[in-house]
Write a protein that binds this ligand. Structure first.
Ligand SMILES: Cc1ncc(COP(=O)(O)O)c(C=O)c1O
Length: 423
């Protein structure tokens, strides 16, 4: 008797395995990726897509950049990890590269974004006690409504998102939430002498690429300086050319410390998606609060990550990714504005450089099925473009910065087609 077998696609097999054995802490779009090159990724069935998420802006240099693959291979065969119990032959050169490029005296290397945020909070609190004279145990860090800085207990303690926070208490004290893009609210909170720092994203990526007024960040920097409060820019998502500048919070040629963040947090694209590498940058005076034994991480500053990060930053410069993000970002928003004009349910496009979002009106069809950003992302996927919905009505579009004009125009056509099918 012939055996009855049911063919299960490779896609379904991979999804089933993750569902069965993985914690359900994500809700991925149903597509199983297997390889990538530049602005493209391929799924296990061989179908090609434009990647318009770039691993949440980590793959700015494009997937599997050949220069990154090469340094990674070379360094893997030479030395990967020493711990900081010893010096290594790459770290100092890496630290100098980062400090000179971003205009800071010192950097502290970590691995993930959340760890670097934790590092910045520790630095700010210690600075508050030692340099500002805040009474022991009283330091406060101001954060913004709608913030996203990662997932550790202390970081979710300052979140205003019920999904991030719910069920995870007790929370770390010492955070105060102020409205985003609201200078009077910030000034009022800064009047508290126990405030040591203001931690802020120059654009709130996870909130849905919420983009503040152009003068918000410069005015917030000035307000913090006036009150001797550290301005800490979380540039984990916005930094390293993503918004058409090296850093979103300050023009590339601004070197006056009075107009620059006191500290900057970097991660994601610092390694071009090859490896977790993060860093906190600050002045000698601020970073000086760390002394041996007060902070660290086994992998932080390892030669592998350091070598990859140096190459990732060199690629940004050599390939003109800042200029590309700026120019193609303008083009992208112009194309999206045509959709806003043509379709009532497409509400607006916002963003800077190649970090943008389209806001739509979530609807239900006549038969009651939902028509949200998720369904539009499924259509985009079917048409060959991957993007991530957020909050039901927002789609973030953030392609690798190596995307060409021709590719971007083709991607815009895919978005236009999908919006038309969705209408
Ligand atoms: C602005 C911002 N800060 C911090 C993080 C956390 O980084 P990681 O996921 O590497 O811990 C993210 C991640 O999306 C982010 O966008």
């Amino acid at each position: 008797m012939p055996q009855l077998t049911r063919a299960v696609s490779r896609t379904q097999q991979a999804i089933d395995l993750e569902e069965r054995y993985g914690a359900h802490n994500y809700h991925p779009l149903p597509v199983v990726l297997d390889s990538g090159k530049g602005a493209f990724v391929w799924d296990v069935e061989g179908k090609r897509y434009y990647d318009f998420l770039s691993a949440y802006s980590a793959v700015n240099q494009g997937h599997c950049h050949p220069r990154l693959v090469k340094v990674m291979q070379d360094q893997a065969g030479r030395m990967t990890l020493t711990s900081r119990a010893f010096y290594n032959s790459v770290l100092g050169e890496y630290e100098r590269t980062v400090c000179e490029l971003f205009g800071y005296d010192k950097m502290l290397p970590m691995n993930t974004g959340a760890e670097a945020v934790e590092t910045a909070i520790k630095m700010a609190r210690k600075w508050g006690y030692e340099k500002k004279g805040i009474p022991a145990g009283q330091a406060k860090v101001l954060v913004c409504e709608g913030n996203f800085h990662g997932r550790t207990i202390s970081i979710v303690s300052m979140s205003t998102d019920p999904d991030s926070q719910g069920g995870f208490g007790p929370f770390t004290p010492g955070f105060e939430v102020v409205a985003y893009d609201d200078i009077p609210a910030l000034e009022q909170a800064l009047a508290d002498p126990n405030v040591c720092a203001f931690l802020v994203e120059p654009i709130q990526g996870e909130k849905g690429v919420y983009t503040p007024a152009d003068d918000y960040i410069p005015r917030a920097i000035a307000a913090c300086k006036a009150r001797k409060v550290l301005f800490i820019a979380d540039e984990i998502q916005t930094g390293i050319a993503r918004t058409g500048r090296l850093l979103c919070s300050v023009p590339d040629d601004e070197r006056d410390p009075a107009r620059r963040p006191d500290a900057v947090i970097l991660a994601k694209a610092l390694s071009g998606g090859m490896y977790p590498v993060s860093a906190v940058l600050a002045s000698d005076a601020v970073m000086g609060v760390f002394t041996p034994g007060t902070h660290g991480s086994t992998y932080g500053g390892n030669p592998m990550g350091a070598r990859i990060a140096m190459e990732a930053l060199a690629i940004v410069k050599d390939e003109g990714l800042i200029q590309n993000a700026e120019r193609l970002g303008e083009l992208f928003r112009a194309e999206m504005r045509k959709l806003v004009e043509a379709y009532d349910f497409v509400k607006l496009v916002r963003g800077k450089g190649l970090l943008n979002a389209l806001v739509i009106e979530a609807r239900t069809t006549a038969d009651g099925s939902p028509q949200t950003a998720w369904e539009l992302c499924l259509l985009l996927r079917d048409n060959g473009l991957l993007a991530k919905p957020t909050h039901g009505d927002i789609i973030r579009f953030a392609p690798p910065l190596v995307i060409t004009e021709e590719q971007l125009r083709e991607a815009c056509n895919i978005i236009a087609l999908s919006v038309r099918q969705f209408a």
